[in-house]
Design a protein around this ligand. Structure first.
Ligand code: NAP
Length: 357
């Protein structure tokens, strides 16, 4: 008698296994049919339909800055290059000011954070298979992901955290990487240091609060309105309602991480100890900013980083990183989604849902 082989999966491995089983296929078109793929709407059927599609829906920004100029267009399904994957976009997260970014390559597809299922794999890609759940920050130099399908360089992606939905996973890359790079690469935050995070319940700030706590820092968040309680629930040691109190009255901090800009950034040198740092992701400080107080200041643009994305995946799957999702909108409601972001009332990320989870 043959020995019985028992395969034991952890919960996370089982989810990945099921996702893969649904989608198992050969590269570029030769699909291997599996029973789980037969149901209408199943991942395999969706993928086959995708292959038969010549055109997909995508959001296009026609002029910088204005959500009023967003249109939904039918366009040719993108073809992945050798180092790309084609991803069936399930969720695409938005950033409040992002419609100002692609000024030199309009009309552009917005949204640079994606979570979805891999539908096709370029010949030179390793590490991903058709059917894998993947998420990541795409580059700002090319079209974004507010579309039914997107071709993305595989090195911009990581396997999706199994404990998160696509909506939650899409909310993580741009904001989570900005927080990680701002606090640690640029801010050099060490355990035991004090950090003040402006916008502590915003897209970037909500991850910054949690990552700084994981690093063992003392975290002070500034926030307003319903974001005050949210910043506390994320684990901030202190929260300052900046509409009620002057944030410069807190004891000196080693680092200010600014996600807001304007007067809050301008007044920040007053709260940093000499030799401390200010890092902004929202606004470039003027030349010499903070030098009178002996404070170093930096602005940076977030960079895709698959290794750091893996670290965010690990923290999310260990339950140490919560994702604040404010609201979700279907692709055809993209204008409402940007209006919500710009209303000043959002708590966390606003996400477009494009294919069902
Ligand atoms: N340089 C880069 O690579 C990079 C990367 C990511 C994001 N960004 C930029 O960094 C900033 C933060 O991004 P985010 O996704 O965290 O933004 P967000 O969540 O929309 O806003 C961050 C904070 O700004 C305040 N705020 C919210 N809505 C506002 C509004 N309508 N007008 C003015 N202030 C408002 C809130 O802080 P309070 O509750 O404290 O008032 C909020 O928590 C944005 O400007 C974004 O474009 C830059």
């Amino acid at each position: 008698m043959l020995p019985r082989v028992v395969v034991i999966f952890t919960f996370g491995q089982r989810r990945q296994h099921v996702e893969r089983a649904r989608w198992r296929g050969r590269r570029r078109g030769e699909w291997v049919k599996r029973s789980v793929g037969k149901k209408p709407g199943s991942a395999l059927v969706v993928a086959r339909e995708a292959r038969s599609l010549s055109f997909v829906q995508a959001v296009r920004l026609r002029s910088p800055g204005g959500w009023a100029d967003l249109v939904i267009e039918e366009e040719e399904r993108p073809e992945p290059a050798e180092t790309d994957v084609l991803i069936e976009v399930h969720a695409a997260a938005l950033t409040r000011d992002e419609l100002n970014w692609p000024v030199d390559r309009l009309p552009a597809i917005p949204s640079y954070e994606v979570s979805g299922i891999i539908a096709e794999v370029g010949a030179a890609v390793t590490g991903f298979e058709i059917g894998d759940g993947a998420y990541g920050l795409t580059g700002f130099e090319r079209d974004g992901v507010a579309a039914e399908f997107a071709a993305i360089p595989a090195d911009r992606l990581a396997h999706k955290p199994v404990s998160l939905s696509h909506v939650e996973a899409s909310s993580l890359p741009l904001a989570g990487l900005s927080a990680m790079q701002g606090l640690f690469d640029h801010g050099r935050l060490e355990p035991g240091q004090r950090v003040l995070i402006h916008g502590g319940a915003g897209g970037v700030g909500s991850f910054a609060v949690q990552l700084a706590k994981v690093r063992g820092a003392h975290v002070i968040a500034s926030a307003a309105g319903s974001r005050v309680s949210a910043a506390g629930e994320l684990g901030s040691d202190e929260v300052i309602d900046h509409q009620e109190h002057d944030f410069t009255e807190v004891d000196p901090v080693d680092l200010v991480f600014d996600t807001v800009g304007g007067p809050r950034l301008a007044r920040s040198p007053a709260v940093v100890r000499p030799g401390g740092r200010i890092v902004s992701v929202a606004e470039r400080p003027p030349m010499g900013f903070g030098s009178e107080e002996g404070v170093e200041s930096t602005f940076f643009i977030v960079e895709p980083n698959a290794h750091q994305l893996d670290e965010l995946t690990r923290l999310a799957d260990e339950g140490r990183l919560r994702v604040l999702v404010d609201s979700t909108f279907s692709l055809d409601r993209v204008k409402e989604a940007f209006q919500r972001l710009q209303s000043g009332n959002a708590v966390g990320k606003v996400v477009l849902t494009i294919h069902d989870d």
